[in-house]
Design a protein around this ligand. Structure first.
Ligand SMILES: Cc1cc2nc3c(=O)[nH]c(=O)nc-3n(C[C@H](O)[C@H](O)[C@H](O)COP(=O)(O)O)c2cc1C
Ligand SMILES: [Mn+2]
Length: 475
């Protein structure tokens, strides 16, 4: 791996010409609006905002880290110049061979260059953006990770769960039901014990990538970060909580959630493209200490209406994870999975299979719909035959239009994993939602007599193109 931490990553990104410095953008909406517009495009550089009004030069905010194929490849330690599907394949190969590497405990690191303790703690010392016009506050945690420990099972989870500044020493953090951090937090709260939490607000993008991804329950995302990097992540024992914090992080908060204490959190522009969860009372962290490097960099990744930076990198990686879970569940002949971006890489998942036996399609669909990587806040799972390109929405729709008899082939499953962010579930009824499982494969019972697909055979195409190439495709 060619970089060690966020600063090393920035140097590499600069070398490939994909870093831009923007000076003078205001933290109040302006920076967030620029980010939204940049995040929508697929070829824009990572942007580092400096000289943010009201803040010292050098206190920076970085966005659009994973917004292009090359930056995603760089972060994964893969070659430049790959197409999206080549990148997916390269990541898949690398992911298959990953062996988790435990973090190494070190006694000190750059994150400790500056320490604020107790009464010195002041969250307003950093240029935290108000990202979207209708947000309820400034979110210091978007490209962040919330670090928690399971008090019974003793493993450390890293989850990207949004973090809102409440006042100079309190932050709210919203975790959807079922997420690992929520399960861990709940174990302390049900015993009325303070919950130790550390929040890293700027770090190696590999840390962000693993925090934002549905790795299996029970294994620390630190171990996956180490595996991706090919070397252990160095961590320091947090002086306040004892939790492991990245030694090379830019900015880390440490504190406790007091049982029973809540404040209103939100609204926040969410990945579905709505402000669906509005404001709710949520637990808050009383921040006891802040550590930061000189000239700290906040890593931002605010969601917005898809497609955007997030849906891009998550579509690739979630598709791989769902494929992996299908394989682990023993489903044969899965030819591909694509978690479409319009659905935030969650609401519309397509699984391709080579049908081998009656029931194969439904079996694949159900695993894809309910496994950890694919289960949360899903909506549609479509299974198609292997002649359909799962990532090509026109082909998928064609299969749905021609190989589905709705009364036979769409099944509704009720009472599935959802949460407050689900825009179609009304306030007061949120919590569960249904899934449409769409079997858009040719019916296995009469597949051999299913109508032949129109179109020249590959041999005929090859022969014709060889002779008429310029006429057909232009000179
Ligand atoms: C920028 C960004 C913000 C996110 N915000 C939240 C959030 O506020 N709450 C939440 O539950 N999940 C959020 N997620 C999704 C989780 O990070 C994701 O589901 C992750 O897998 C959770 O970790 P876990 O599997 O260890 O629970 C966010 C993801 C991204 C990329
Ligand atoms: Mn986890």
């Amino acid at each position: 791996m060619s970089f060690r931490d966020l600063r090393g990553w920035l140097q590499e990104v600069e070398k490939i010409g994909e870093l831009e410095v923007a000076k003078g953008a205001h933290w109040d909406i302006e920076l967030g609006t620029i980010t939204e517009l940049v995040h929508r495009q697929r070829n824009r550089p990572a942007v580092i905002f400096d000289e943010i009004p009201g803040y010292p030069k050098g206190h920076r905010v970085l966005v659009n880290t994973l917004g292009t194929n090359d930056r995603m490849a760089l972060t994964w330690g893969l070659p430049m110049g790959l197409s999206t599907m080549e990148l997916k394949e390269a990541i898949r190969q690398k992911y298959k061979s990953l062996a988790p590497i435990k973090p190494t405990l070190v006694s000190n690191g750059p994150v400790m260059e500056n320490v604020m303790n107790g009464r010195q703690v002041d969250l307003f010392k950093f240029p935290t953006p108000k990202w979207h016009e209708h947000d309820g506050g400034r979110y210091i945690g978007t490209g962040s990770v919330d670090i928690t420990m399971d008090p019974e099972e003793n493993w450390v989870n890293l989850g990207t769960y949004r973090v809102m500044i409440m006042d100079k020493n309190h932050v709210g953090f919203y975790i959807s039901p079922g997420k690992h951090g929520r399960i861990q937090r709940g174990k302390y709260m049900s015993e009325n014990k303070p919950v130790p939490v550390a929040v890293s607000c700027g770090h190696d993008p590999v840390i962000f990538l693993v925090g934002a991804t549905e790795f299996p329950y029970g294994i620390s995302e630190y171990e996956y970060a180490g595996a991706i990097k090919g070397q252990p992540v160095e961590v320091i024992k947090g002086p306040v909580t004892g939790l492991p914090i990245p030694a090379d992080a830019e900015l880390v908060l440490e504190g406790f959630v007091m049982p029973g204490e809540t404040r209103m959190e939100g609204p926040f522009g969410e990945w579905t493209g709505y402000y669906a969860s509005d404001t709710r009372p949520e637990p808050v962290i009383e921040v006891k200490a802040i550590y930061h490097r000189n000239n700290p960099i906040i890593l931002g990744s605010p969601p917005s209406k898809p497609p955007c930076e997030q849906t891009f990198f998550r579509a690739i990686f979630r598709s791989i994870l769902v494929e992996d879970e299908l394989a682990k569940a023993g489903i044969p002949d899965v030819t591909g999975v694509w978690c479409h971006e319009a659905g935030g890489a969650r609401l519309f998942t397509v699984v391709g299979i080579k049908q081998r036996y009656p029931g194969h399609a439904k079996q694949a669909a159900m695993i894809a719909a309910f496994c950890h990587a694919g289960g949360y806040l899903g909506r549609y799972v479509v299974v198609v035959d292997d002649d359909i390109d799962v990532a090509d929405i026109q082909e998928v729709l064609w299969a749905m239009c021609t190989r589905v008899d709705p009364v036979q082939d769409i099944e509704i499953v009720k009472d599935c994993w959802s949460g407050p962010l689900d825009p179609i579930i009304p306030v007061g009824e949120k919590g569960l939602s249904s899934r449409a499982i769409i079997n858009a494969c040719r019916p296995i019972k009469w597949i051999d007599s299913f109508p032949r697909v129109v179109g020249a055979s590959p041999e005929l195409v090859a022969k014709t193109v060889a002779k008429w190439k310029d006429l057909i495709y232009g000179k």
